[in-house]
Structures are given as structure tokens and as C-alpha cells.
Design a protein around this ligand. Structure first.
Ligand code: TPP
Length: 551
């Protein structure tokens, strides 16, 4: 049986018709009718999570597994406000995240009632609110009301696909009496079909000519979730553009960019005259700074959304188009470029040398002192060897922000498995939750590398009755925000350790016990080596390997 509220039943009927299969639900009385309905619908998979902040990131993580748009349903008041960080993240990463909030009658706002605050517009500027009132409030007859509801819900659900994917907020008023469940069937209700005309050849002939005649044209890939994009592979093989991809850009040869970021002499020799810029947030600081200072560089941005990013401060053209078709055009029409070929050879040699040097260095230090060799980099290098796609099938690598995502770029190669990071807004508050969401709907190991502040911040991610077994967390516990130790000049402040880096002596052991995860710990490289294999073993239980660094 479904509830007796026509607008809630209409929403329930329409959600799966717009590709929504997964809904994360948070406890509450105002949204109870919605939750009830979702659990009754055989086409919907419902995931309960208590903390709304975490729940919205879990939904985001499910969406990144290619499961289409995903919804999170919350009760009224501050519950809705808790979803805001994930909504901002979804906005910048073009992820279709639907927030459904139940609302109280507007006339009670400001009357000192519990969980009653203005909900319309609460998630702006990241998404506008599509407000669905109860029938009695509209003053219209039932038929007109039903028309209005359907139109508003369809409009909202269509918006999820705009701009290459975006967050959307549906606010639905639920008046008392709240609980009555006697409706046997959902209404027969067809969705409004929405089609966007396919984009073919979005780049003009002039732009292609400009790129083709450049001395050293470069393709810079920020965060991009199409792993191993076939068009980029063609570009790489042809040698028409020098591909410089972030690790979270998910393309092969991502270590090229890591080398550029690490070795100043390499960066100084790199003088592209045309940059084609795709993808989202860019982690690397050095290349960004370098291109900004190049006098005669022209940047062509391919932008799927409505933003106008001039990341490298030399924007000469902005093509408003989905990234895929533009890349296909480049793959098809650009010829090989000799300077690109030369640069590729130089980079291959540099990367090989870098690998040899760090292997030698690690080997020596390893023999001399196994404890002092324990660092973010040596740990990740060790795990990178385990995650060789020839031997281990890793479903996804989830990287926390701060030091983790930066250091991982030197240790892992892109394009081998999907790499995720909440880099849309670079927050530390939802890494674990997003990883849990992704693991919930995928098979195989989901490996998380995370710093301690990010882990303890988001520990509610593990407070989940359906915690997936395939979740493996490597917690790099260096007792605070390591990143703040490396900020030039900050060490002069006596406030660093206690007040800025939030130093602590917390351990995850009790958390693992409370939420039923396997717990392993390591204080030396030897112990890391001993335990690394267990992280990948096919145990039927989620696991935390806590590595204490510099404690
Ligand atoms: C929600 C949020 N609050 C604060 C910050 C600022 N911040 C950036 S990095 C960082 C420290 C992260 O520490 P940890 O997770 O232990 O990683 P480590 O620096 O040790 O690698 C903080 C607090 C942020 N990015 N996001």
C-alpha cells in the first residue's frame, strides 16, 4: 500500500521513470510518508543513513558509479541544510544529485516551532528549489493541482540532466495528518520526454586549424570521470596533443603531469603555445602558475556547463559543448605534431629515471631504517605495486583531499581503474561517505586512502547498517593536518600544531569495533608490508588499516 497523499504518490511514480533507482533516506517524521512510499516501490533501492551530510555524499558516491541520477530524502529544517556540502560538490562535478526535502506549512516559519525554517532556496546558489505544495494550499481544483504537480516534478527531474548533470532540489509540503497508507496503486503518470539534440562537431574549423598549426599544443585534463576516454587514447597515440592529465583526470600517462609538478627544471622547459583545457578542478599548482605566466599561450576551454572558467588566465576561446564530442573531433582531425612526439619521449625517459631513483632511495632507506621510511609516498608506492591491473582487480580508488590526492599522483598511474576524489569543492567532509556510496552499488574492492582529520570528520559514513564488505580503508594517521606543516611561513606561528593542524592522538580502533569493521594497524614499513596483502584479500568484511606515521 502507498500513502494517501496524491502529490507524494505522483512523485514516487515519476522518479523511476527518470532513471532514479537509488534513494538514500534519512530518518524523520515529516518525510516518513515519502520513505514509506519509496520502500513500497519495487523499482527503487532504498539505503538508510542517519547523518544527512553523510547521506548526501553517499548518494553522490552511488551516482559516480554510473547509476544515473540518485536521490537523498530528508526531513524538514536543519536536516536539509546538512546536504549542502554534497550539493556544492555535485554542482562543480556535474553529478545528478536530487535532494528531496519534506516541508512544514510555510505559515509556521518563524513561530518558534521545531525544524521549521525557510526551505525554498536553501540550497542556492547551487540549485534552485522546485516547490510542491499540498493540494489544499493551492486554492485550485484537484485536476489543476495534479497538472501543476506533474509539470513541476517533471521539470525538476529533467533539470538533473542539464549542464552535463547537476544537483536539483524538490521541496514537498506534507501537511497533517501525516500517516495514512491505504492507496493500493500509484497513479498512471507519464513523464515529459526530454531530449537534447546530439552535439556533433562543436569545434569550428578555425579552432581546429589553430590547434593543428601550434608549435606545442597541450591537452590539459582536470578532474574527469570518463576513465580512459577513447578519443584521448587516439590523441595520445597520434601524438597530436601532449596529454597532461591529473590522476583524477583518469587518463593514462598521468605521471607526466606529476613529474611536471615535481621537477621545476621540467616545468621551465615546457612552453605550450596552445592549451586545450577540459575537465573540472585542477589539483596541480605548478603547471597552473607556469601557464598563467606564459606570455603567448592561448587557452581553448571546452565547457559542458554554463560556467566560464579561465583557470590559466589566457582564455582565448570557450566552446560551450559536452566534452566527449569535442574530443572526438580533435582525435579525428588533428595530425601528429613533431614537438609533441619529442616531448613524449623526454617524459617517458624522465618518468623511468624518477621511478629508478625513488626505488633505489626506498631500497636503501628500507635496509637502513624501516621506521623512518614510513611516509605517505612510500606507503602509496607499495600499494601501487599491489594495484597493478594485471594482478589485482580494483573497482575504484577513492582519494581524500589534502596531502593524499597530491602524493597519490606520483605513485599511481591514471586510467588503470577509476579514481575519485571530492575535488569539486575540495572539502574534507565527505570522502568516506562517497566511497561507501560507490562501494554499495559496485562489486570488487573499493580502496580508500584518507588522512586522519578527513577520516574522523566523516566517521558517520561507517554508521551504516548496510556497510559494504568491499570497502577497504587505508588510514594515514599522522596525528593532524599534515598539509599545514608544509605551508611556507606558517611554521612561524605557535598556533600551528594545536589550533591550525588540529593535532591529536585519536585512533580508529574503537570506531572499527563499534561499526564492525576488521581493524589492522601498522607502525613501520615492515608492518605495512605484512598487512597490505590482507587489504586485498577477499574477506567478507569491510576493513581499516590504520598506519601511524610520525607518532
Ligand atoms: C570541510 C573542510 N573543512 C576544512 C578544510 C581545510 N583543510 C584542508 S586540508 C585540511 C587538513 C586535512 O587533514 P588530514 O585529513 O589529516 O590530511 P593530511 O593533511 O594529514 O594529509 C583541512 C582542515 C577543508 N578542506 N574542508
Amino acid at each position: 500500500m502507498f500513502c494517501d497523499k496524491p502529490h507524494v504518490n505522483l512523485l514516487t511514480a515519476l522518479l523511476p521513470q527518470y532513471g532514479i533507482r537509488h534513494i538514500v533516506v534519512c530518518p524523520g517524521s515529516r518525510n516518513a510518508v515519502l520513505i514509506h512510499n519509496f520502500t513500497q516501490h519495487t523499482g527503487l533501492c532504498v539505503h538508510p543513513v542517519t547523518d544527512e551530510r553523510s547521506a548526501a555524499f553517499v548518494a553522490l558516491g552511488i551516482a559516480t558509479a554510473g547509476k544515473g541520477p540518485v536521490a537523498v530524502c530528508v526531513t524538514s529544517g536543519s536536516a536539509l541544510l546538512g546536504t549542502l556540502p554534497a550539493v556544492a560538490e555535485a554542482f562543480y562535478r556535474h553529478i545528478p544529485l536530487l535532494v528531496i526535502s519534506a516541508d512544514r506549512p510555510a505559515r509556521w516559519i518563524g513561530q518558534l516551532d521545531g525544524q521549521t525554517l525557510p526551505q525554498v532556496g536553501a540550497l542556492q546558489p547551487y540549485c534552485m528549489t522546485h516547490d510542491i505544495p499540498e493540494a489544499e494550499k493551492a486554492g485550485s481544483d484537484g485536476e489543476e493541482m495534479a497538472w501543476w504537480c506533474r509539470r513541476t516534478i517533471c521539470e525538476a527531474l529533467v533539470m538533473l540532466r542539464r549542464d552535463g548533470g547537476r544537483p536539483v532540489h524538490i521541496n514537498i509540503s506534507v501537511a497533517e495528518p501525516l500517516f495514512s497508507f491505504t492507496t493500493p496503486h500509484l497513479p498512471d503518470c507519464l513523464p515529459v520526454v526530454y531530449e537534447e539534440a546530439p552535439v556533433v562537431n562543436p569545434l569550428s574549423e578555425d579552432l581546429i586549424k589553430e590547434i593543428a598549426s601550434a608549435r606545442l599544443p597541450v591537452l590539459v585534463v582536470g578532474q574527469y570521470e570518463t576513465v580512459n576516454d577513447p578519443a584521448i587514447s587516439v590523441i595520445e597515440r597520434t601524438g597530436s596533443l601532449l596529454v597532461l592529465s591529473e590522476l583524477i583526470g583518469n587518463q593514462p600517462h598521468s605521471r607526466r603531469l606529476a613529474i611536471v609538478e615535481k621537477i621545476p627544471q621540467v616545468l621551465e622547459k615546457l612552453h605550450p603555445d596552445v592549451v586545450v583545457h577540459i575537465g573540472g578542478n585542477f589539483v596541480g599548482k605548478q603547471l597552473k602558475r607556469h601557464i598563467r605566466h606564459l606570455k603567448h599561450c592561448r587557452v581553448i576551454r571546452i565547457e559542458p556547463g554554463s560556467a566560464f572558467p579561465d583557470t590559466f588566465c589566457h582564455l582565448s576561446a570557450l566552446v560551450h559543448a559536452p566534452t566527449g564530442p569535442a574530443l572526438q573531433q580533435l582525435a579525428e582531425y588533428l595530425p601528429a605534431n613533431n614537438e609533441v612526439m619529442r616531448a613524449k619521449t623526454v617524459f617517458t625517459e624522465l618518468i623511468e629515471r624518477e621511478c629508478r631513483v625513488s626505488a633505489q632511495k626506498n631500497g636503501q632507506e628500507h635496509q637502513e631504517n624501516r621506521d623512518s621510511n614510513l611516509s605517505h609516498a612510500t606507503i602509496m608506492q607499495l600499494f601501487a605495486a599491489f594495484t597493478d591491473p594485471k594482478t589485482t582487480s580494483l573497482t575504484a580508488l577513492h582519494l581524500a583531499n589534502s596531502s593524499t590526492v597530491r602524493i597519490a599522483a606520483l605513485c599511481f598511474e591514471g586510467g588503470c581503474f577509476p579514481v575519485f576524489c571530492n575535488r569539486g569543492v575540495n572539502g574534507i567532509e565527505g570522502t568516506l561517505s562517497a566511497a561507501v556510496g560507490h562501494a554499495l552499488v559496485t562489486d570488487g574492492i573499493n580502496l580508500v586512502f584518507i588522512g586522519d582529520l578527513s577520516f574522523f570528520y566523516d566517521q558517520n559514513a561507517l554508521w551504516n547498517t548496510g556497510l559494504p564488505d568491499n570497502l577497504r580503508i587505508v588510514l594515514l594517521n599522522d596525528g593532524g593536518g599534515k598539509i599545514f606543516q608544509n605551508l611556507p611561513g606558517l611554521d612561524a606561528s605557535p598556533a600551528v600544531s594545536k589550533y591550525i593542524a588540529a593535532s591529536h592522538h585519536t585512533s580508529a580502533q574503537g570506531i572499527a569495533q563499534a561499526y564492525g569493521l576488521h581493524y589492522l594497524s601498522a607502525h613501520s614499513m615492515e608492518e605495512v608490508e605484512e598487512n597490505a596483502g590482507r587489504v586485498f584479500a577477499s574477506d567478507n568484511k569491510a576493513l581499516i588499516l590504520e598506519i601511524f606515521i610520525n607518532h
